[in-house]
Design a protein around this ligand. Structure first.
Ligand code: GAR
Length: 199
């Protein structure tokens, strides 16, 4: 059994969480143990309740303490994979080396359009302004630098007919909802190897 934890931030919309929850809802090989929320009234709570998946709040006010508490929960629930879905903070080197593998989804073709402050609509605006003909989705291992861990899966889409960043975002999000659950499945069944090593 693979126990995964999904990490979200603040006002996360939770659409990737929902696509993952839907994909694995009738399966007994992958279990979403809990969803981390960093705001007590996070909108994603409604989606968690819809699937009967527990959500767990930890304050990020003291970030060191946040990571400490999260690590305890990860160990207690015997989590095997951490999945970031709209989690916007950087995790420390210490957290990463003491944790289990962590993956993230980025709404563009890394290494382009990644880095600090490149999330959500900012990414699609940058892609639009650069007049790119293609964008896409990247799932990567998380290290202690933004968007620079080993790429595990990447898929492109044509955006040459998109007339604004919102259209790009909509098209990319649809692809995210397909790619993220499939990638998690492949990691859990060993088809995608992480070669994750604690430092
Ligand atoms: C997604 O588009 C995800 O790719 C992006 O945040 C959104 C979360 O949406 N993540 C990043 O930009 C990370 N750099 P969701 O809450 O609906 O899943």
């Amino acid at each position: 059994m693979n126990n995964i934890a999904i990490l979200t931030s603040g006002l996360s919309r939770g659409s990737n969480f929902e696509s993952i929850a839907n994909f694995f809802k009738d399966r007994d090989d992958v279990n979403i143990s809990f969803v981390l929320i960093t705001r007590k009234k996070a909108p994603i709570i409604q989606r968690c309740e819809k699937f009967g998946i527990p959500h767990f709040f930890i304050s990020t006010k003291n970030y060191e303490l946040f990571e400490e508490n999260l690590l305890k929960k990860i160990k207690k629930e015997k989590i095997t994979l951490i999945v970031l879905a709209g989690f916007m903070r950087k995790l420390s080197e210490n957290f990463i080396k003491n944790s289990v593998p962590i993956i993230n989804i980025h709404p563009a073709l890394l290494p382009k359009f990644g880095g600090k402050n490149m999330f959500g609509s900012a990414v699609h605006k940058a892609v639009f302004n650069a007049k790119e003909k293609e964008s896409g989705v990247t799932v990567h291992l998380v290290n202690d630098n933004y968007d620079s861990g080993k790429i595990l899966n990447q898929q492109k889409i044509n955006i040459s007919d998109c007339s604004n960043p919102e259209e790009i975002g909509k098209r990319v999000l649809e692809l995210e909802h397909q790619i993220y659950p499939e990638t998690i499945e492949k990691i859990c069944n060993g088809e995608i190897k992480l070669n994750f090593q604690r430092k």
